[in-house]
Design a protein. Structure first.
Length: 70
């Protein structure tokens, strides 16, 4: 997971963990959202991440990844 990200939701699906995260961007007045997939409950050991400007897109991606790995 990218430094500065905060996990706001995580779910174990089979042998993987799916994370929904947010990051406030100081001085820029905005937030960035991301989903991550990991084979470990450790927030640092992620396989890949996807970044979003809109929260709704990040939530939709999180839900799709949970379904994908189910």
């Amino acid at each position: 997971m990218k430094l500065g990200m905060t996990a706001i939701k995580k779910q174990q699906v089979g042998e993987r963990w799916v994370w929904l995260c947010e990051e406030s961007l100081p001085g820029q007045g905005c937030r960035e959202w991301a989903t991550y997939v990991s084979i470990s409950p450790d927030e640092v050991a992620t396989e890949h991440g996807h970044y979003f400007v809109r929260y709704s897109n990040a939530v939709a991606d999180f839900e799709a990844r949970v379904k994908q790995y189910s």
